[in-house]
Design a binder for this molecule. Structure first.
Ligand code: SF4
Length: 354
C-alpha cells in the first residue's frame, strides 16, 4: 500500500548572514537529506534536541516554507509541484497543532468563530449546519458544546489545547503535524491531551507527525520514531525497537537521560561531550564525531548513510561493533541522588496518569 506521506531527500537552507549588498555569506542547513514515510493511522515521532531541524520538517510539509531540495508526496500527489488547488487541498488534509495554546488562538475571537472559520474557508458543511458542527467538535475534544460563546482567555492551558485540536479536526484532515503539543502543559494535563490524541487517532484513523524533544512523552504515543541530529535523521525504526535496542550513540545518550521511575534505581548515563556544534559550520563526516566517544578517523570525513536494511535504520559507521545498549559506559558524570529522586517521582506521576 502507498504510504500517506512520502518524504525523500528533503533539505532546507536558511541564510544566516548577508554582506552589505545583501549577498549570503553564511547559511544554515536546517534540514539535510531527510527521508521517511508515514502510513495512514500511524504516529511517527521526530525527536531531537532543539535546533535539530524537526520543526522545520513540519513546516516544510505544510509548505509554510519552501524546501531547498527534495520531494514530498502526500496521498500519491507531488506536493511541491501542485498549483493553488493542490496547495488548498493540502492545507485541508494536513493540519498543524502548535506548542503554545496561548499564542495559537486569536484572543479576540470566540471559540465558535475560531472553529467556524475553517468550516467556512474550506466549505466543510453548509452554513446552516455550522453551529451544530462546532458543538460536535467541542464534544469530540471533551469540552462542553455551550463553550462556543466564550473567548480563549476564559480557558485553562489544557482546554485551549483541546480547542486547538478541535480547530485542526474541523476540516477532517488525514494528517496532523503536532509540534511539541504538550510541552507547555502541566504533567497531569499533558497526559490527558496525549490520551485524547490517541483516542482521536483510533476513532478517526488520523496519522500524526509528532514533533518532540521529550522521549518520555514520545514513548507513550509513537508507533515509529525518527531521531534527528543537526538536520539529519540518525536513527529510525519501530518505537518498541528504538526504545528497547537503540543503535546510534546519540539515541542511546538521549534515552539514558530519561529518569527511571524507581527511587534508588541506578542509571548508566551516557553523557555526550561538549556542546551541539554550530549549524552554520557543522562538523564534516558524521556530525556527531566531535561529541561521540566511539569516533574514529573515518567518522571525521565520511557521512554515514541511514541504512534501513531491516526496517530499523541507523546512520553510524560502527553501530555493529558498539557494545550492546544495556552495557555500562564509563560514567562521565556522577549522578546526583537528590535530583534523581525528584526526577523519578516526576516520571512516576506521569506514568500513573498516562
Ligand atoms: Fe560515532 Fe562514528 Fe557512529 Fe558517528 S559514525 S555516531 S562518530 S561512531
Amino acid at each position: 500500500m502507498t504510504p500517506l506521506l512520502q518524504v525523500a531527500d528533503l533539505s532546507k537552507l536558511f541564510v544566516a548572514r548577508r554582506d552589505v549588498i545583501g549577498r549570503p555569506t553564511a547559511t544554515v542547513k536546517a534540514v539535510d537529506g531527510v527521508s521517511f514515510d508515514l502510513a495512514a493511522g500511524e504516529t511517527l515521532a521526530l525527536v531531537g534536541e532543539s535546533g535539530c531541524g524537526k520543526s522545520t520538517v513540519g513546516r516544510l510539509l505544510l509548505r509554510l516554507i519552501e524546501p531547498s531540495g527534495g520531494a514530498i508526496r502526500f496521498d500519491g500527489q507531488d506536493v511541491l509541484s501542485t498549483g493553488n488547488s493542490g496547495a488548498r487541498r493540502l492545507r485541508r488534509d494536513v493540519q498543524l497543532i502548535f506548542q503554545d495554546p496561548y499564542a495559537s488562538l486569536n484572543p479576540r475571537m470566540t471559540v465558535g468563530d475560531i472553529l467556524g472559520e475553517p468550516l467556512l474557508l474550506h466549505d466543510v458543511v453548509p452554513p446552516d449546519r455550522r453551529r451544530e458542527r462546532v458543538a460536535e467538535l467541542l464534544t469530540t475534544v471533551g469540552l462542553r458544546p455551550d463553550y462556543h460563546r466564550r473567548y480563549p482567555h476564559e480557558f485553562s492551558g489544557g482546554q485551549r489545547q483541546r480547542i486547538a485540536i478541535a480547530r485542526a479536526l474541523a476540516v477532517e484532515p488525514k494528517l496532523i503535524v503536532c509540534d511539541e503539543p504538550v510541552s507547555a502543559l502541566d504533567v497531569s494535563i499533558r497526559a490527558q491531551v496525549l490520551n485524547l490524541l490517541r483516542d482521536l487517532q483510533q476513532r478517526l484513523g488520523l496519522a500524526y507527525l509528532f514533533i518532540s524533544h521529550d522521549l518520555a512523552v514520545v514513548k507513550h504515543i509513537a508507533t515509529r520514531v525518527a531521531v534527528m541530529y543537526l538536520g539529519r535523521i540518525v536513527e529510525m525504526g519501530d518505537a518498541g525497537q528504538v526504545f528497547a535496542e537503540p543503535r546510534h550513540p546519540y539515541t542511546r545518550a538521549l534515552l539514558s537521560a530519561i529518569p527511571v521511575p524507581a527511587p534508588g534505581a541506578r542509571q548508566d548515563r551516557r553523557i555526550l561531550q561538549g556542546d551541539v556544534p554550530s549549524p552554520i559550520a557543522p562538523p564534516p563526516g558524521c556530525h556527531l564525531h566531535t561529541r561521540c566517544p566511539h569516533a574514529v578517523d573515518r567518522c571525521r570525513v565520511e557521512r554515514p548513510p541511514l541504512d534501513l536494511g531491516d526496517g530499523h535504520g541507523v546512520a553510524c559507521h560502527l553501530w555493529r561493533q558498539l557494545p550492546p545498549a544495556g552495557e555500562a559506559l564509563p560514567r562521565e558524570l556522577a549522578p546526583n541522588p537528590t535530583l534523581e529522586k525528584l526526577q523519578a517521582a516526576f516520571v512516576r506521576r506521569t506514568e500513573e496518569v498516562i
